[in-house]
Design a protein around this ligand. Structure first.
Ligand code: P6P
Length: 340
């Protein structure tokens, strides 16, 4: 039987019906994020023509300045969202400070943290990249919001999502009622429901980590990886390596196929590389809603209380059984924990 055709907007409205008291602001915000993602998707897909249209930092054939795509994505997201009267604050990997709502625009009751285009170094080689966003309620008493509205622990999120610009453009989100995936149908410019109630498999065949840094890792990370690779017959997990170098792409594969992604702290990055508010926390919300887990190697990502806008965190995220297995090593006080 043909599946029903469910657009993103129809899905949001159906979800909103569960809350009679809802005014629709949250639905409107999610809808506008999806609108902005469509524009970013178009620019990402045109990037391959940059040689003709002009590279970032140069001028294109029309003599226009070509912006770096991550700056362009940042501007598209900000300009799509900052005038709606839905947000009191925005943060972005592309902005040192909080992005304030211009005085001429009304403010709203939500804050949005985002990585507008993560993995942008992969654009020139046509590797999948992504947008990551996290939505929180306003908590400050500042009339027009302040940075404390952005800097909140993961468990305070009301929604989180990512957009993957790959062989197709997918938007995956949660608002605490499960995880839903929508695929963009370019011919009609609509995101259509393609993955309802995504559940991350409890285990997986692949681990994702940049093994070039193994000399910088703590002993327990090396011990874990030795067991991750070892065959199941000899007490290991029998896993292979998949590392795209684009967080959203690696995470999305694990969401659908199972697996584990690790970016641990090391001698060079004592707090890890990835950012808490707009990379780890939103993906942790999604992972947990899909039955997976996310930790910094010591505590759940969702329970970490951040203090800074661009705070970094180690991140171990993916299938529940794979994260549990890894934590056996990271929680160990002694080194050289045994596989079995
Ligand atoms: P490394 C991209 O720059 C990014 O932020 C993530 O998308 C990706 O997972 C990670 O960094 C890759 O980092 O140090 O392995 O190149």
């Amino acid at each position: 039987m043909d599946k029903t055709i469910m657009s993103l907007e129809r899905h949001f409205l159906d979800q909103q019906r569960r809350y009679p008291e809802a005014r629709g602001d949250f639905t409107k915000l999610l809808t506008e994020v999806a609108f902005a993602a469509k524009i970013v998707s178009r620019e990402v897909n045109r990037a391959g023509l940059a040689g003709i249209l002009g590279r970032a930092g140069q001028t294109n054939v029309q003599g226009e300045d070509v912006q770096k795509l991550d700056i362009l994505a940042h501007n598209i997201m900000v300009r799509s969202l900052n005038h709606l009267g839905l947000l009191c604050a925005l943060s972005s990997e592309e902005s040192e400070g909080m992005v304030r709502i211009p005085d001429e625009y009304p403010v709203g009751n939500y804050a949005l943290n985002m990585d507008p285009l993560d993995g942008s170094s992969n654009i020139d080689v046509n590797v999948s990249i992504g947008t990551i966003f996290s939505i929180l309620r306003k908590v400050s008493y500042a009339p027009r919001g302040d940075v404390t509205d952005c800097v909140q622990p993961g468990y305070k999120q009301v929604a989180a999502g990512y957009v993957l610009y790959g062989s197709s453009t997918m938007l995956v989100y949660t608002s605490g009622q499960g995880v839903f995936g929508f695929t963009l149908e370019p011919s009609i410019g609509e995101f259509l429901l393609s993955h309802s109630h995504i559940r991350i498999p409890r285990s997986g065949n692949y681990y994702s980590i940049n093994e070039a840094y193994s000399h910088r890792w703590k002993e327990e990370v090396r011990d874990y990886l030795a067991c991750a690779k070892r065959s199941r017959e000899s007490g290991g997990r029998g896993m292979g390596l998949r590392y795209i170098g684009s967080l959203v792409a690696d995470f999305h594969r694990n969401m659908l196929k199972g697996g584990i992604f690790l970016y641990p702290a090391d001698k060079q990055n004592s707090h890890g590389k990835l950012r808490y508010l707009y990379e780890a926390a939103p993906l942790a919300f999604i992972a947990e809603q899909a039955g997976g887990k996310a930790t910094n190697g010591d505590q759940d990502i969702m329970k970490i209380v951040p203090t800074e806008l661009h705070q970094r965190t180690p991140l171990i995220i993916g299938s529940a059984d794979e994260v549990d297995f890894a934590m056996r090593f990271f929680r160990q006080n002694q080194t050289h924990a045994e596989c079995a």
